[in-house]
Design a protein around this ligand. Structure first.
Ligand code: ZN
Length: 453
């Protein structure tokens, strides 16, 4: 007797799709079969005409609790995740007060999410300019990775210089933990930024000019050289430009354990849209040109960019509105947690006619592997958590503010259109989200500790 059977759907694996039935018992996938047979279960879902994906993992999310709940909080953020087919988030250490830069803060944050989250979660630990001595402890607490900034960062966090990053990578190599890095060279940005500000230049073109791709290339090159020397595993966050991806591709070909992610905004928007539509599209690294946007796709297809993430970086509306008259004042970040899957599904499946297996790879299997959550998460596989997303591939959608479950339902993605929506999100065999309705209570989500796989 199964707890739940899902029959008649098209199962999306990392190698392709197949029609089949999934049987779930005690939170796990216990049957994957090509025929329906004579199975009995407490509940049966007929998924005919639907696609069944492994639960998506968003490896780069900023929920902002504790400390900055007016931007986003755990309740709103994780409900948005569930509605968007994200069954596990990996939450960033900023903006948080206190930030999980010590074991104590890390445990407190995990407890908070444990009490409130609608989806499962893993956590990034913070690596800033004064906690080198805490990295071992953060590893011990189950940090999925440690987050480093080489570029400018908001005042509650601090960027690292290369010396400190190198010392951290030496430790990380011994522990086997991956360090994830926001790669933009701070000195290049500061130079351009301060020139523009001194001269009173404050429009979007000035902002774009202050974040040239060379800043990203230099930072990634430095990180890769340090990874080579220290033999540490590194993850390059939010790659925005094909030339950066090319540097990563070469490092991978040379055998280094370098992984990378990009975000849907770099794959569907260009800098003309940013200039036309304004501060909602301000993020870092910035959105690049149309030609570069299209070229970036090649690196998703060839596997250089392992993961797709939202870099969900929310704010209050006033924090974007300030940028209408002065772009430097606008919040830097885009909210995308709820829409990443549907936008990428539309792009890949409908527009580019790609096999949905690629989506299962970049949004589920690869992030699970990269951040140590495999084999519990990230695959339609016997023995894995029954995290599943049932998608109606043909339902049209139009992202409207009123559909977003964020604390602040504003996003650069409002107004985008496409086809294919998440009908049901299932986590550990429980239906969490069902056609607009949340079926579990806050605190359903649990902490996933990569040290305990
Ligand atoms: Zn981020």
């Amino acid at each position: 007797m199964f707890d739940l059977i899902i029959k008649g759907g098209c199962l999306v694996g990392i190698d392709g799709t197949t029609l089949g039935t999934i049987g779930i018992k005690s939170n796990k996938i216990v049957l994957i079969s090509k025929d329906e047979g004579n199975l009995s279960a407490k509940e049966v879902i007929d998924a005919s005409g639907k696609l069944i994906f492994p639960g998506m993992i968003d490896c780069h999310v900023h929920l902002n609790e504790p400390g900055f709940e007016w931007r986003e909080d755990i309740l709103h953020g994780t409900r948005s995740a569930a509605a968007g087919g994200i069954t596990t988030i990996i939450d960033m250490p900023l903006q948080n007060t206190p930030s999980p830069i010590t074991a104590e803060n890390f445990r407190a944050k995990a407890r908070l999410l444990n009490d409130k989250a609608y989806v499962d979660f893993a956590l990034w630990g913070g690596f800033i300019d004064n906690n080198l001595g805490h990295l071992n402890d953060l590893y011990g607490q189950g940090a999925a990775s440690l987050k480093v900034f080489l570029g400018p960062v908001s005042s509650d966090y601090s960027p690292l210089d290369l010396g400190l990053l190198r010392a951290g990578l030496q430790q990380a190599a011994k522990l086997g933990i991956r360090i994830g890095i926001h790669c933009e060279d701070i000195s290049i940005i500061r130079q351009e930024e301060s020139n523009a500000q001194k001269e009173g230049r404050n429009n979007i073109a000035d902002y774009l000019n202050s974040r040239p791709v060379i800043a990203e290339i230099l930072a990634v090159t430095n990180v890769i050289e340090l990874a080579k020397e220290t033999k540490a595993k590194v993850h390059i966050c939010h790659v925005s430009h094909p030339d950066v991806a090319e540097v990563i591709k070469k490092a991978k070909a040379a055998g280094l354990d370098v992984t990378a992610e990009t975000c849907s905004h770099y794959l569907i928007f260009n800098d003309d849209i940013f200039k036309e539509k304004g501060p909602l599209f301000k993020c870092a690294p910035p959105i690049r040109s149309e030609k570069e946007r299209e070229q970036l796709w090649a690196y998703v297809l060839d596997g250089t960019l392992d993961c797709l993430a939202s870099d969900h970086s929310p704010c209050a509306p006033a924090e974007k509105e300030k940028g209408l008259s002065d772009i430097w004042q606008a919040w830097t970040g885009i909210s995308g947690l709820q829409t990443t899957f549907q936008i990428m599904f539309n792009e890949m499946y409908h527009k580019r006619k790609l096999n949905p297996a690629l989506l299962a790879k970049v949004l589920s299997y690869n992030p699970s592997r990269v951040f140590g959550l495999y084999p519990r998460k990230g695959a339609l596989r016997l023995g894995s958590d029954a995290d599943l997303v049932i998608v109606n591939p043909e339902t049209p959608w139009n992202v409207e503010s009123g559909d977003l479950f964020y604390k602040n339902p504003i996003s650069a993605f409002v107004g985008t259109q496409g086809k294919g929506i998440v009908e049901k999100t299932i986590i550990r065999g429980e239906i969490v989200f069902d056609q607009g309705i949340f079926k579990v209570n806050e605190g359903f989500g649990i902490f996933i500790n990569p040290r305990m796989m």
